[in-house]
Design a protein around this ligand. Structure first.
Ligand SMILES: [Mg+2]
Length: 347
């Protein structure tokens, strides 16, 4: 019988997201491939330090105790640019940390993200920006983990936080926001409140997380002492009245979240500092650069805010509008002064 992936949450992870490869990577860059190969061989049994996505992956895999060992809910597969030889240290590190990861693809010098659909993956995490951008451009759900000074806690909870637009939903409304401003964005959301958003890159990943939460619900019914471990939050810059369409869209998609923070421009990093998710996903690089200081943060390079050419065109247009407005203001002030002077002359 083949191993079916359809009813599981399948995640692809690059070794750069799971482990801290800074030392080995520095050797590759500084001294070349042969030195890197020797370094990996010499340190084969020395586990890499945990990387940014490690707490998330470790907690996620621990939820497999909700199902039988031969039919796990969660499958994590290594997708690595290492060749099978240099990748040995990655798999030994996995074993030393007791992570239940047995499947891996090693492709020398290439990221195997193109195999994501064949593996039924709902998410690919990597520290390699280029690989992640290419995967997202091909319509795949991928995110770049950013360096973080995060320190893990010792709870067994798994807290996941998502931005809404450009992550769970597509960027239709973000386009309105960027091209026409906040007032038009709110008008657009109120007009379309009964029309659900099109799903964004991580909607299906949330649906699979909900599947695990349902298993927790069943466990809780059987065992009153069981405490739920998974908690999902939305942390978005949306605020009323635009929050209604977000809530309606979640309902229409058949997915749920435990908490929603409609922040209307309040800094997300201050909120996340307290919420302390084990992973946070956002499509805006500026947001994740700020949150990465204290929580493991993932940039999902999807939609208009990641289209550099379009964004610089919009910035130029905004600058021209501002300068046209100030010229108009100067000339109308001048006209008013002239009118005032001539009316004084009259009196
Ligand atoms: Mg967004």
């Amino acid at each position: 019988m083949p191993y079916e992936v359809a009813d599981r949450l399948v995640i692809g992870i690059a070794s750069s997201a799971l482990f801290n490869l800074a030392d080995a990577d520095a050797i590759f860059v500084r001294c070349g491939e042969e030195a890197y190969r020797r370094h990996q061989e010499v340190h084969l049994d020395e586990a890499f330090a945990p990387g940014v996505a490690f707490p998330f992956i470790q907690r996620l895999l621990s939820l497999n105790d909700l199902a039988s060992a031969d039919d796990p809910l969660i499958e994590v597969i290594i997708l690595s640019r290492n060749d099978p030889d240099t990748g040995l240290r990655v798999m030994r590190s996995v074993a030393q940390y007791g992570l239940d990861i047995t499947r891996a693809i090693f492709m020398q010098g290439q990221s195997p993200y193109q195999f994501m659909p064949a593996l039924g993956m709902s998410l690919f995490l990597s520290a390699n920006e280029d690989d992640v951008r290419k995967a997202v451009r091909q319509g795949m759900p991928a995110g770049q983990v950013l360096d973080s000074a995060y320190t893990d806690d010792d709870s067994d909870e798994l807290r996941i936080a998502f931005d809404f637009d450009g992550v769970l939903a597509d960027d239709e409304s973000e386009r309105v926001m960027q091209e026409r401003g906040l007032q038009d964005f709110h008008r657009h959301e109120v007009t379309n409140v009964v029309t659900p958003h099109n799903p964004g890159p991580l909607r299906d990943f949330l649906a699979k997380i909900n599947m695990i939460q349902k298993c927790e619900g069943r466990r809780r019914q059987e065992d009153a002492n069981y405490s739920r471990r998974v908690r999902v939050s939305i942390v978005t810059a949306r605020s009323a009245p635009a929050h209604e369409r977000a809530v309606a869209s979640l309902k229409a998609w058949g997915v749920t979240v435990n908490d929603a923070f409609f922040l209307g421009g309040i800094n997300k990093d201050a909120i996340l500092d307290i919420l302390r998710p084990h992973i946070f996903f956002d499509d805006q690089k500026a947001h994740v650069l700020a949150t990465a200081l204290s929580v493991p943060s993932v940039h999902v390079p999807f939609g208009i805010v990641n289209d550099d050419a379009k964004m610089s065109e919009l910035r130029e247009r905004a600058a021209m509008t501002t300068s046209a407005r100030s010229e108009t203001a100067v000339s109308s002030e001048k006209a008013e002064n002239e009118l005032f002077d001539s009316s004084r002359a009259d009196t």
